[in-house]
Design a protein around this ligand. Structure first.
Ligand code: CO
Length: 157
């Protein structure tokens, strides 16, 4: 049974490390598959629209994203192309609770990643999906949205 994992919050140093790539040979292992399921369940139960592995204390390159047609798990995600055009929208993060801020991101991106079957996939994203992927890949590089945000607001706890 998948389990809900604890979310690590700022200023934990784990959130600032560069996460390691996953060896594609390990993707099909039971341990790895169940870890990805835990990550997805944790995102869903904490009402996140995206979650990156360092946020639950593992510095490995996996992100999960909640989508209408089910969760998307991206292993070793890479942005291969970014639109010149950017847009600004408000973001928050489970690791920076009660905090919101405006972040400028590329409007459209192309990505390359491995899926849970270890298959290489390409994805073109725009709008909210593009934003979430950029936010989550930042986590894999030790970057938090507050590093980039303007008009940071903190809600009463
Ligand atoms: Co985040």
């Amino acid at each position: 049974m998948p389990k809900i994992l604890d979310i690590i919050t700022n200023p934990d140093p784990i959130l600032r490390k560069i996460s390691k790539e996953i060896d594609s040979k390990n993707i099909k292992s039971r341990g790895f598959q169940s870890f990805c399921k835990d990550l997805i369940l944790t995102m869903q139960k904490k009402d996140g629209i995206g979650l990156a592995s360092p946020q639950i204390g593992k510095n490995i390159r996996i992100i999960v994203i909640s989508q209408k047609d089910g969760p998307l798990c991206m292993i070793n995600p890479k942005i291969t192309k970014k639109s010149w055009a950017k847009e600004i929208a408000e973001e928050g993060c489970l690791s920076v609770p009660f905090t919101f801020g405006d972040v400028k991101r590329h409007k459209k991106i192309n990505c390359l990643y491995l899926d849970l079957g270890g298959e290489k996939k390409r994805l073109k994203a725009e709008g909210l999906l593009s934003r979430i992927i950029q936010h989550e890949i930042d986590h894999l590089n030790g970057i938090l949205f507050i590093d980039k945000a303007d008009n940071i607001k903190e809600e009463e706890k």
